[in-house]
Design a protein around this ligand. Structure first.
Ligand code: FRU
Length: 490
């Protein structure tokens, strides 16, 4: 526990201008993907790709935190560190993976990454725990020693799940080169005991359409359909995290795709992993960043000045709508952060911006209900994390039915705009915006579309305003919830 205390102290010392208030961040140093998400023995466990040695990726460990509600987190000692010949390398370590419980034991599955004679080697390994704090690597590791024949050595990110009394594992793979002209695969394995695994075939093959390597695959059942998600490298349309909805024949390993879509069209949503909460809901958490090979990603922001880098999206509940589109919306537990609520009805707006709030904590949720019959203007602009000429804008074009998240004035860092189509339901549009110290998440119509981005504003960018470029609009309903910090300082 001493180690956890030390890290927590560092966390409080490290608070700074961009340190997130209710999005998960590592106490210090670098983090990327969420790993091993599970509700185990009365607590939510979150593990994550962690480099305790600094704010750059390298030598991957599994950081660890626990929570009673997925919102308020407590740091725990590092769960996995690279210390075996199969997982020990400065450019390797304990890569991403997942968790399951069997007979009261917590099983972690991870990709051990090392190099032998300069050649990368990725194998699938197990670590177990009976108390959820101390983990032991299995002496028979690796349990999957080699990728299926014909696949390259990019072979990682095991996600294990149970179905009809059997264990299954999906692993990301690739034929050819992941970084240039390879072709992505999601491989399926089957087991009776979690230790012995048999390769069944491929759930998904890119065939030139879905990217060169499928990182962090996941697979779960929702409303009788099977949803497959992954984060493809070099996707032709630059999507970051994809979902497919379809049917699965596990016996013959045949996945029939009925639909493919984007999980989040923003700049920062990668490597999502799902788990079930204590009530059986399917929840997703993603790394709220992206890799340099993505066309819009220039870097991971300036937060290394504050001695931390990387954060996670707020947990989202996943559902399929009537047309089997994947919808995601912040979990209800977010309500526990609300410290104060202000509501307005029939807000009249025009060219002169109306200030909705000035929140020095830069930590709030805004809910809008817009009724098209009350809007004369073609456009509406909502600005958050703003002060004078610095702001992140959400622009709604009611004619072309396009919503844009524009951060070109948001900070002195990266800039960029993302567009996405939306639909009106009974003439109405509903928006939910989550604002934190260095990110904005936008949910359209209760999660039909999600747009997530990081932004690094100045400390005084604390305001939110709304305006139309010409003509008038009346906004039906606005609710502003001011949110507390989700950190209990241990
Ligand atoms: C995805 C990823 C995984 C890998 C991990 C390494 O972001 O590239 O494929 O396991 O990060 O940190």
């Amino acid at each position: 526990m001493e180690q956890a205390l030390e890290r927590a102290l560092k966390r409080s010392e490290a608070e700074g201008n961009w340190r997130q208030r209710y999005h998960f961040t590592p106490p210090v140093s670098w983090m990327n993907d969420p790993n091993g998400l599970i509700y185990y023995k009365g607590l939510y466990h979150l593990f994550y790709q962690y480099n305790p040695k600094g704010c750059k990726w390298g030598s991957m460990h599994w950081g660890h935190a626990v929570s009673e509600d997925m919102i308020h987190w407590k740091d725990m000692p590092v769960a996995l560190r690279p210390d075996q010949e199969y997982d020990c390398h400065p450019e390797g370590g304990c890569f991403s993976g997942s968790a399951v419980e069997k007979d009261g034991v917590l099983f972690l599955f991870y990709t051990a990454t090392t190099q032998i004679d300069g050649v990368v080697r990725q194998t699938q390994c197990i670590a177990t725990s009976k108390d959820g704090v101390n983990f032991e690597k299995y002496e028979g590791n690796p349990v999957i020693k080699e990728q299926p024949q014909g696949l390259s050595n990019d072979f990682r990110d095991p996600k294990v799940f149970e179905h009809n009394g059997r264990w299954y594992m999906v692993v990301g793979g690739c034929i050819g080169s992941a970084t240039s002209d390879g072709d992505g695969r999601i491989c399926l394995y089957e087991s009776d005991d979690l230790y012995n695994w048999k390769y069944k075939g491929n759930v998904l093959e890119s065939n030139g359409k879905l990217g060169t390597m499928m990182e962090c695959p996941d697979m779960f059942e929702l409303n009788g359909k099977w949803v497959v998600t992954c984060s493809p490298m070099n996707h032709p349309d630059y999507n970051k995290s994809l979902y497919c909805v379809g049917t699965m024949d596990f016996e013959n390993c045949i996945y029939t795709i009925e639909k493919v879509g984007n999980m989040d069209v923003g700049f920062d949503y990668y490597a999502p992993q799902s788990f079930t909460d204590k009530d059986g809901n399917r929840i997703l958490v993603a790394w709220q960043n992206g890799w340099l090979w993505m066309p819009w990603c220039t870097d991971w922001g300036p937060t290394s000045q504050e001695n931390w880098r990387g954060c996670l999206s707020v947990p989202r509940k996943v559902q399929l709508d009537s047309e089997n589109n994947l919808c995601m919306y912040p979990v209800k537990e977010v309500e526990s952060l609300v410290s104060q609520t202000v509501t307005y009805t029939d807000v009249e707006i025009g060219e002169k911006a109306i200030k909705l709030y000035d929140d020095p904590n830069r930590s709030n949720r805004i809910l809008f209900k817009l009724d098209i019959t009350k809007i004369e203007s073609r456009n509406l602009e909502i600005c958050v994390l703003g002060k004078e000429s610095g702001y992140t804008a959400i622009q709604i074009d009611f004619l072309s039915k396009i919503i844009t998240l524009d951060k070109s004035h948001g900070d002195h860092y990266e800039g960029g705009r993302m567009n996405c189509p939306f639909e009106l339901h009974d003439g109405c549009l509903e928006l939910c915006i989550l604002v934190d110290h260095s990110s904005v998440e936008l949910y359209v119509n209760h999660g039909e579309r999600c747009i997530t981005t990081n932004v690094y504003p100045e400390e005084n960018q604390t305001e939110c305003w709304i305006r139309t470029p010409y003509k008038k609009a009346v906004v039906d309903y606005v609710q502003i919830d001011f949110l507390d910090s989700s950190w209990e300082m241990q």
